[in-house]
Design a protein around this ligand. Structure first.
Ligand code: GUN
Ligand code: ZN
Length: 447
């Protein structure tokens, strides 16, 4: 083995959990859906997992003298995935007192105007990625702004860190400040240039990103659908049926369309790689149409609570066979952490009489999101051949969590305590592309 190979070969030893399939909604996971090893090992070579298994079984085949990173007492899982987040809204998180449309006008659009400047975009992109890794999120589908430089900057920063990321330039040619709007021609030209420069480069992928129906003309949506038709391996994300004021506005702007979803359907934007953020106020018939297209709806619970948008009906989506993904939607969301997202998702579920099990929650955050985004060939599970993106959770991260973890009687209770009491401190380490990219600082002892 060369020295370079040796430097990129690691063995992580400790408890591990990964999903093989959807565990279902029951208190116990469906048979065969979970891989849990008390004393597991992940053998990493380069950016990939070479082998995984029980440590004692794998030990004889490990390279001589290889250093073993000891994560005993921790819990290793696939890196978390955030299916919908705005990196450019990091600095306006927690802006007080407005619902969607006023929040956009008062806080969001003025902040997004600043991303015409590369230096600002670089500063925020680095801070955003630092935060993502601190909370164990290794892949996200990311809104930039309408400025191409906001996209170049984000992709360059993600590539430098070896991350798998989806992102794209926001398309918006009306109903927003001049500093944010593009035109049909410029939006398409810039998107095509960015696709050429970034799509498929290392671990990066391009997501076409019309902001939402009110900020695009019919001509812009039509042109976006044209790109997608010619390049069906691209992703697409936008917003759908988040807020009643928004829905009424769409009905005014597109009186010929059957409903809000009908706008996106008319222009060819609803396909298997399309993510629709929110989807709170949908009829079952709309859910059926989304399901038939193979699209996914991103459940963004902290955002829905913060902006007062409503309660997402996860069960109705499941009944329709519609894929749901989990997302932070920062800066409408109040937390980048996947654990915080699970906590809010559980609370929303409780209000609707549909509590989220920890099994279902952690499945969605990992393999479920990977499948819905068509990334499961690469990420979302711990298995030989997968990319080595791993989060290491610490069930004793805080004195309180340590007390609670001591009382748990089985893995289901432990996972539930992690999702309800966990936060950034719970993330002991994060690995991406086979490298340790975040290690929690141990607080200095008091003098
Ligand atoms: N709808 C259109 N733009 C946005 C946005 O930036 N955040 C949220 N939550 N909804 C939107
Ligand atoms: Zn959003």
């Amino acid at each position: 083995m060369t020295e370079a190979q040796q430097q990129r070969t690691h063995v992580l030893r400790g408890p591990l959990l990964s999903f093989l399939n959807d565990p279902g909604e029951g208190d116990s996971p469906d048979p065969g859906s979970v891989l849990h090893l008390e004393d597991g090992a992940i053998w990493i070579e380069g950016g990939h997992i070479r082998a995984i298994g029980d440590y004692r079984e794998l030990a004889p085949s490990l390279p001589q003298g290889i250093e073993v990173v000891d994560y005993s007492g921790k819990l290793m899982m696939p890196g978390f995935i955030d299916s919908h987040v705005h990196y450019v809204q990091l600095d306006i998180m927690a802006s007080y007192g407005r619902q969607l449309l006023d929040w956009l006008n008062e806080y969001t659009f003025p902040e997004e105007c600043r991303f015409a400047q590369q230096a600002h975009a670089e500063n925020v992109a680095e801070a955003f990625l630092d935060e993502q890794l601190r909370v164990g999120t290794t892949t996200a589908q990311v809104f930039c702004t309408s400025h191409p430089v906001s996209v170049d900057t984000f992709f360059a920063a993600a590539r430098q860190r070896g991350l798998r990321m989806l992102a794209g330039k926001v398309l918006m040619d009306r109903n927003a400040p001049e500093g944010l709007t593009d035109t049909v021609a410029d939006g398409i030209r810039d998107s095509e240039r960015l696709i050429g420069d970034w799509h498929g480069k290392d671990r990066l992928g391009y997501t076409l990103t019309p902001r939402f129906a009110p900020t695009s003309t019919a001509a812009q949506l039509d042109a976006t659908g044209g790109i997608l038709r010619n390049a069906p391996d691209l992703h697409l994300q936008t917003h759908l049926s988040e807020n009643q004021g928004e829905i009424a506005w769409v009905a005014e702007l597109f009186p010929d369309c059957q409903d809000y979803l009908g706008v996106y359907e008319r222009y060819g934007l609803v396909g298997p790689r399309s993510t629709f953020a929110h989807g709170i106020h949908l009829t079952q018939e709309m859910r059926n149409r989304l399901a038939a297209a193979g699209a996914n709806v991103a459940f963004c619970p902290t955002s829905n609570l913060f902006l007062g948008s409503g309660l997402f009906d996860r069960q109705a989506c499941r009944d329709a066979g519609l894929n749901t993904t989990l997302a932070s939607d920062v800066g409408g969301g109040t937390d980048l952490s996947g654990l915080a997202t699970l906590k809010a998702a559980y609370q929303v579920g409780q209000l609707l009489g549909q509590p989220l099990t920890a099994w279902q929650g952690f499945y969605r955050l990992t393999l479920g999101n990977a499948r819905a985004l068509h990334l499961d060939a690469h990420i979302g599970s711990l298995r030989a051949g997968a990319e080595a993106d791993i989060v290491v959770l610490d069930p004793r991260a805080t004195p309180l969590l340590e007390r609670r973890s001591a009382r748990t009687r089985n893995l289901a209770e432990q996972l539930f305590a992690l999702m309800m009491l966990g936060d950034d401190r719970t993330v002991f380490a994060t690995w991406a592309n086979g490298r340790c990219v975040h290690r929690r600082q141990t607080p200095a002892p008091l003098a």
